[in-house]
Ligand binder design. Sequence first.
Ligand SMILES: Nc1ncnc2c1ncn2[C@@H]1O[C@H](COP(=O)(O)OP(=O)(O)OP(=O)(O)O)[C@@H](O)[C@H]1O
Ligand SMILES: [Mg+2]
Length: 219
Amino acid sequence: MIIALTNSKGGVGKSTLAVHLTVWWQDQGTRVALVDADAQGSSSGWLHESSPQTPMFRLHTPDDILERVPELQGQFQHLVIDGPAGLSEVTRAILLVTDLALLPCGPSVLDLRAANEAIRVVKQAQKIRQGPPQAVLVPNKLQVQYRLSRELLETAKSLDIPFTSGLRLRQAFADAAGQGKVVWNLGPRGEVAANEIKELWYGLLGQESSIDERSVANG
Ligand SMILES: Nc1ncnc2c1ncn2[C@@H]1O[C@H](COP(=O)(O)OP(=O)(O)OP(=O)(O)O)[C@@H](O)[C@H]1O
Ligand SMILES: [Mg+2]
């Protein structure tokens, strides 16, 4: 399966989710590789620190994406593609090869507008490919006590795309990036974030949850 993280806006959590999904699959013993399609190289650098044994590839042009990803697909069970910010030709090429596009989205009206632009480009790809990719909006950095975040969740419902319950704004996610780790390797202070993001993967990818219900309730 190929899963890509794309959106029109920067800083919404594409690399954070890409690294955590790659390491999660790696920890489960599946043959997974990361494709870092962002010239900034943030996810490949982070993955190299947190899980140096996991294969990664840096592909930065539409030609590379369209040619190399189908080749890599034969070598791995799962590919995770970390896309660049924006709806460039690279993003459009990613949408022509991926099975599932996850669109992380921040909790503001501007983020939502940007997501709408990205959804438009997803729909173009779906038309060309007569079906795929599936696409799911992932609200990120949610602060449920603020009105805007409730508004985001309500507006997300009105967009013509499924969405997940999302991730809260949590210091552990920022700390994990700084330390080159994933949140479940941060010890107790990463536990709530770890349960939250693992629950996201279990929910999305349809595997049985092994989350400790009490930790989720306490979060
Ligand atoms: N749920 C979260 N809670 C707190 N901080 C977060 C969360 N998700 C991401 N961040 C932080 O937000 C910043 C941007 O995240 P990230 O680099 O994953 O976004 P991106 O979409 O890949 O950005 P870019 O478009 O620049 O590639 C990082 O500092 C990251 O640690
Ligand atoms: Mg990134």
